[in-house]
Design a protein around this ligand. Sequence first.
Ligand SMILES: Cc1cc2nc3c(=O)[nH]c(=O)nc-3n(C[C@H](O)[C@H](O)[C@H](O)COP(=O)(O)OP(=O)(O)OC[C@H]3O[C@@H](n4cnc5c(N)ncnc54)[C@H](O)[C@@H]3O)c2cc1C
Length: 395
Amino acid sequence: MRVLIAGGGIGGLSAALALIRKGCEVEVYEQASELKEVGAGLQLSPNGTHVLYALGVGEELRALSCETEGKEIRIWNTGECWKLFDLGAVAIERYGYPYLTVYRPDVLAVLERAVRRERPDAIRLNAKAVGFSQDEGQVTLQLEGGATARGDVLIGADGVHSRVRQALFGPDRPKFTGIIAWRGVIPMERLPRHMVRMVGTNWVGPGGHVVHYPLRAGAVMNFVYALERSDWQIESWSARGTQDELANDVVGWHEDVQTLVRNIPAPFKWALMVRPPMERWSVGRVTLLGDACHSMLPFLGQGANSAIEDGLILARALTEVESDIASRLLRYENARRDRTRRAVEGSADNIHRFHNKVLADPVKAREHVSREWAGQPIADRYEWIFRYDATTVEI
Ligand SMILES: Cc1cc2nc3c(=O)[nH]c(=O)nc-3n(C[C@H](O)[C@H](O)[C@H](O)COP(=O)(O)OP(=O)(O)OC[C@H]3O[C@@H](n4cnc5c(N)ncnc54)[C@H](O)[C@@H]3O)c2cc1C
């Protein structure tokens, strides 16, 4: 089977590797001139690392990442702190696979190397998908500049602004959440000793929250600050902000947060949009994967994990189900729709836990954290995610 993939991001390359491992001929068409991710962090939970281990790249990635010992939750201004959950060895014991905090370019580099080891010419760069046509026997991908490629299946793994999705289902109607996310990475040597810890921290506040965790064996700290602000609405990984603007947005926050902000060499900002979950992802020989069909707010840390799961399950559906292509794609879609919808909704549902007006009052803040961020509520929100096994789930 010859499979064309539009988009060489984490989802597209995971799918490519899974398909190659299952004996398919694969070509990835990536619009960029080199495969590169933004210099930011990513949390890969055991459900995602399980897939990466199944694809044979788990250890390579683990060597480049950080196995954070655990996560904690802190109040935005007082700094009061609670343990959220243990990770590290506990995650492996509980879920069988590690919880890794990784540098995005490292994930992409590991996947790219693995794909090229199997098929050196599988990835075509400077290749922007602009449309496609399909008939009974084939699908033809159209690239910018007039070139075409033919295959049995086309996968749109072309991210949140997916051209393939728009060609299948029409124009996009994203809705701005009123929240922007500041991002940055901080060289660890710039931070004071008490902040150099292999722990992930979620700071919760009245109109925003900060998440930071170590990357690259503790060489850098990743920083994300989501805050309610409606004067800026561009959904982009490359839009830069300024130090002053960011500093202004953290007035009143704890000194540790101020320290992080002061040490970010280049802050970036991203406007968080939501798209309603889609009922269908496939038409005939064409389907979607990852952010192209279920982009979600980054408040459960599952966008990339879901794209990785999609890749393996799509490869399984295409190679394990005995039927015509359209039916195999339907089986993939049916196997994934409810879980990804739950992740989309769960991410949005987390807004009021991370940001809540009651957090302005330290006493009410304590009550809020004890209610929302302890014991059973945490298990209810995360266990179903971490325990998922994409290698065996029914398709
Ligand atoms: C601030 C922030 C923090 C996040 N943190 C996490 C986290 O901790 N854990 C997690 O799991 N998820 C996280 N996410 C979500 C995660 O980044 C995405 O879900 C993930 O990158 C989706 O992968 P993808 O491969 O579907 O799309 P993308 O990563 O967007 O890749 C799409 C690729 O397609 C290419 N492309 C686009 N259009 C075309 C075209 N027409 N032709 C050819 N190529 C094309 C692009 O250049 C790109 O390489 C976060 C998101 C944000 C905004």
